[in-house]
Design a binder for this molecule. Structure first.
Ligand code: B12
Ligand code: SF4
Length: 396
């Protein structure tokens, strides 16, 4: 069977006003080409779990209107979904199915809303895909054989939903190296590696813990290094992004990771919580092992804004008092921080714009990422706002 892996990376803008303006905000387009041009690790990971005997090809969907013909020659197309691109993903899936190509969808968005996805895909996978994927492939191959034997290109349009919970739980210690080789023909400079899955915290608005809500899991350092070496074999000066939610929760494991990365001379980026700054030895190792930037969800400059944001222990509120000292400790070692803020918390008023600017200037934050509070399906925030009658239109 010929299987197409279709990633929908990049910045996907749906706001008509922004599109009318041409998204010419200074540096935005240039930066998004760099930062958002990453291969889809989910799909490359599934590729590594595909049983032998199938032909695999990796594609990016530049836009709905611009899909390569080769994709329509596939027997099965696998699409990975985030909420930001879901309507486009469904339209693309519909186009494949209309031409007799089977579609499998997985990823965060459809894991939360599988019934919605079932109208657009022959196979919907809920949760981590590694264990279910071989079964999906077998079912799709058998449907392909059936249709060929009937000399009929139009497949029966039923949809099967596969739940990760019905399969053996994924053991992150035995994950195979993602098939980075499948993306080697594309001009990627940044590649992702996963070192951990999940996050011990539970932020109101966070979509990742919805799916990866099981215990925080660390991969063995030697497996991470094996994957990094596979990337370097393809792209010797690749910039690495760890596709983690919160890398440095376990400080001793983190030090082991940094010590193993140091001899490889790679430049890397990851996401972490502010507790990374509690351990000066770890900060030194992060700096000397090639880390260029840490992305940290600060959410709001003042502790008074943060009650109720982290639901287990109000952790973000408790730690806000340390923000300035922590940012100084990190950035003074030459590791920049991308400080992320959410605008639109219930505690925020119009003064929040100036407050974020003043905080960023005072702490000399190297980069700032501002997100308008967004209620992703499945999050506690979404449930709360729905309960309070505050979801005005279904989201994109
Ligand atoms: C790397 C990353 C990016 C990269 C993505 C690069 C790419 N080509 O994929 C970039 C920087 C572009 C990015 C951008 C954005 N991101 Co982002 N990103 C991540 C991050 C940190 C890791 C994703 C990853 O690679 N995981 C590792 C792989 C192995 O896991 P996975 O993708 O989940 O795949 C597994 C399963 O989902 C499943 N699976 C996935 N796809 C498929 C397909 C099939 C067919 C099957 C069977 C199974 C399956 O199997 C896989 C193996 O178990 C996540 C955090 C997270 N925990 O997911 C946030 C995250 C996905 N991002 C998020 C957001 C909000 C965004 C942006 C909207 C940010 C913004 N304001 O612009 C944009 C949207 C971009 C877009 N095109 O839609 C949210 C998504 C919320 C949601 N419900 O959609 C997350 C969860 C962060 C968070 N804490 O909330 N992001
Ligand atoms: S600390 Fe970050 S990754 Fe963890 S739950 Fe909060 S927002 Fe999500």
């Amino acid at each position: 069977m010929r299987i197409g892996l279709l990633a929908m990376s990049g910045i996907r803008a749906h706001d008509p006003e922004l599109l009318r303006l041409g998204l010419t905000l200074p540096g935005f387009v240039e930066r998004s080409r760099q930062v958002a041009a990453l291969p889809s690790l989910g799909l490359l990971q599934l590729a590594a779990c595909t049983p032998p005997g199938h032909e695999l090809r990796y594609f990016e969907a530049p836009s709905q209107a611009d899909l390569p013909d080769e994709l329509f020659e596939c027997d099965l197309v696998a699409i990975s979904t985030f909420s930001a691109q879901i309507f486009e993903a469904y339209a693309i899936a519909d186009a494949f199915r209309a031409r007799g190509v089977q579609v499998a969808m997985g990823g965060l968005h459809v894991s939360v809303l599988p019934e919605e996805a079932a109208a657009h895909a022959d196979h919907v996978v809920v949760g981590e895909g590694e264990a279910a994927w071989p079964e999906v492939v077998a079912a799709a191959a058998s449907a392909t054989r059936c249709n060929r034997s009937r000399s009929n290109t139009s497949l029966a349009r039923t949809s099967t939903t596969w739940f990760a919970r019905d399969f053996t739980p994924v053991d992150v210690a035995t994950l195979p190296t993602p098939r980075y080789d499948l993306a080697a023909h594309r001009p990627y400079h940044r590649y992702t590696v996963q070192t951990t899955r999940g996050c011990p915290w539970r932020c109101d608005f966070c979509a990742s813990t919805v799916m990866l809500g099981r215990p925080y899991r660390k991969r063995p350092v030697e497996c991470v290094i094996r994957d990094v070496k596979a990337i370097l074999a393809i792209q010797p000066d690749a910039f690495l992004e760890f596709a983690d939610d919160n890398t440095f929760v376990d400080k001793e494991w983190s030090k082991e990771l940094c010590r193993a990365l140091a001899p490889l001379n790679v430049k890397w980026f990851t996401e972490t919580d502010i507790s990374v700054a509690d351990d000066p030895e770890l900060l030194d190792l992060i700096a000397t092992s090639g880390c260029r930037q840490l992305l940290i969800g600060l959410e709001s400059p003042a502790a008074a804004d943060l009650p109720g944001v982290e639901l287990h222990a109000d952790w973000k509120q408790q730690r806000a008092h340390d923000y300035k000292a922590a940012l100084h400790a990190i950035q003074s070692r030459g590791v920049t921080v991308n400080g992320c803020f959410v605008l639109g918390l219930d505690t925020h008023g119009p003064g929040i714009f100036d407050a974020v600017r003043d905080f960023a200037e005072e702490t000399a934050l190297y980069e700032v990422q501002i997100t308008v509070m967004t209620a992703f399906p499945g999050t506690p925030l979404h449930e709360r706002l729905a309960r309070e009658g505050r979801i005005l239109e279904p989201g994109r």
